[in-house]
Design a protein around this ligand. Structure first.
Ligand SMILES: Cc1cc2nc3c(=O)[nH]c(=O)nc-3n(C[C@H](O)[C@H](O)[C@H](O)COP(=O)(O)OP(=O)(O)OC[C@H]3O[C@@H](n4cnc5c(N)ncnc54)[C@H](O)[C@@H]3O)c2cc1C
Length: 445
């Protein structure tokens, strides 16, 4: 393997893990994908990232970039290439408490961020799992537990430290290289490697969390009423729904999170959800924000979850869309269907403000299927849902193909993304795409 890599640059001494190394087994894979890279480089600075990029250019090895390793397309690893794993860059610091500005390195996990910010009474809404990495969320979107009150994670990124594919370092902010800041907020994967982000956090210590269960009729009227209720809901309320088979029917398991530790605010915000159908409240608590992305989520990634996932955004929950969602969850080859409420602060941003242009849709729908026939099952179940969708979110997509890219980056924003990827990465070193070693299944749906 040393022969593939040649002589290592001094900067990377002790930071390169190759097959046979005791740490290789723990570093080769991501959450969804077992990889066999020729080498995993663990940079400890932006300079090391530059050195890793130069090494990849010199050796011709294909690059995979990894922060937390939770990416659903498996692009955080490869077979025979060079993985740049930012896991050693995981510092979190409060830069200025008065303006709530925090600096977060790309390899930190969101559980670590929540833990570090809690003593300051600050939080950043990121995602629903503490093991997800900062880099993937903060360059792609970030539909978190507080999405309707905070917006997406990227909406609050004020500056990004980036190593461009040619190895140069740029601090991108609203004054210095605003185009790079724009593309890093939603489509960063194809432009450069983010090593750290400056993010405006929210003032928040405690949240209300209420667990509800609602019976779902086959026509999906319960889902329509959930969507209508969420459209009118105060922005303090965000909800995530999982459709679960129950006996011969379907149950919507709803997690409602309120951006307030005040029980009366929580009650008032969640109350209307009790009217969407036959609803039982299963659990209610006021807890620190960190309880939603706890440290016990932290784990090693070994390809343990070979899931196939796709998603779409709904502008309206029509009767036909609702019926299709229930059928996908309860059909003969069921898939896991999850819904996330959008709106609120997500709609505050102009569609042109960031590379995430989807600012009018109200619901994110995520479909997932598991082995043995995950990809065909997902494709079959998703086909009736797809016509109801209006764009997609890049981070809940296993198929990194051109069609998925067009759904995530449509219209003028898509044209600008393509132009900026070409400007910052003319050789396509980081360009998202199907793994060259992927079988045909990898490329559907
Ligand atoms: C269990 C689970 C729960 C999730 N929940 C949510 C959720 O609630 N909300 C949500 O929005 N998303 C969620 N996601 C999706 C998540 O946003 C993406 O999977 C995201 O890419 C993960 O980030 P990561 O750093 O862990 O990924 P990685 O696997 O490390 O990276 C994935 C890809 O992102 C790009 N990337 C990563 N880091 C950088 C960087 N520093 N610079 C440039 N590009 C980079 C690269 O192309 C990389 O290959 C979830 C995923 C899982 C598996």
């Amino acid at each position: 393997m040393t022969s593939t890599l040649g002589t290592l640059p001094d900067a990377l001494a002790g930071k390169v893990v190759t097959p046979g190394h005791p740490r290789y087994a723990a570093l080769r894979s991501t959450y969804t994908t077992v990889g066999s890279p020729a080498a995993v480089v663990r940079p400890e600075s932006a300079g090391d990232v530059s050195a890793a990029l130069r090494l990849a250019r010199r050796t011709g090895l294909r690059i995979a970039v990894r922060s937390g390793g939770h990416g659903l397309s498996g692009s955080g690893t490869n077979d025979g290439g060079l993985v740049i794993d930012l896991g050693a860059l995981h510092r979190v610091e409060v830069v200025d408490r008065a303006s709530r500005l925090v600096r977060v390195e790309a390899g930190a996990r969101w559980a670590q961020v929540a833990q570090a910010l809690a003593p300051h009474g600050l939080a950043v809404s990121s995602g629903d799992h503490g093991n997800v990495g900062v880099g993937g969320i903060a360059t792609g979107g970030g539909v978190g537990w507080l999405v309707r009150s905070y917006g997406l994670t990227i909406d609050h990124v004020r500056a990004v430290d980036v190593v461009l594919p040619d190895g140069t370092f740029v601090r991108a902010d609203s004054v210095n290289d605003p185009d790079l800041l724009w593309v890093m907020r939603g489509a960063g994967a194809g432009a450069g490697i983010a090593v750290a982000f400056e993010i405006e956090a929210m003032e928040l210590s405690r949240v209300g969390q209420v667990q509800l269960a609602a019976e779902v009729d086959p026509a999906g009227e319960t889902l329509r009423r959930w969507a209508e209720t969420m459209k009118e809901a105060p922005r303090e309320l965000s909800t995530a729904v999982m459709l679960a088979p129950s006996g011969t029917g379907t149950t919507a398991l709803i997690t409602a999170v309120v951006a307030s530790g005040e029980p009366s605010v929580v009650r008032d915000a969640v109350g209307p959800l009790l009217g969407i159908g036959e609803v039982t409240a299963q659990r209610a608590q006021v807890a620190p924000y960190g309880a939603l992305v706890p440290s016990h989520h932290l784990h090693a990634n070994t390809g343990q979850m070979p899931v196939a996932t796709t998603n779409g955004l709904l502008t309206e929950m029509s009767s036909d869309a609702a019926r299709a969602l229930v059928a996908a969850a309860a059909g003969p080859r069921p898939i896991l269907v999850q819904l996330r409420s959008l709106g609120g602060a997500v709609h505050d941003m102009s569609p042109s403000a960031t590379a995430f242009a989807h600012r009018h849709q109200h619901t994110l729908v995520i479909g997932s299927a598991f082995p043995p026939d995950s990809r065909p099952a997902l494709a079959a179940a998703w086909a009736p849902i797809a016509p109801h969708t209006d764009g997609a979110y890049v981070n809940f997509e296993s198929a990194a193909d051109a069609a998925a890219c067009a759904r995530a980056y449509p219209g003028p924003a898509g044209a600008r993304v393509a132009g900026l990827w070409q400007r910052y990465d003319p050789d396509g070193l980081l360009r998202p795409g199907p793994r060259a070693d992927a079988g045909p299944e990898q490329r559907v749906p």
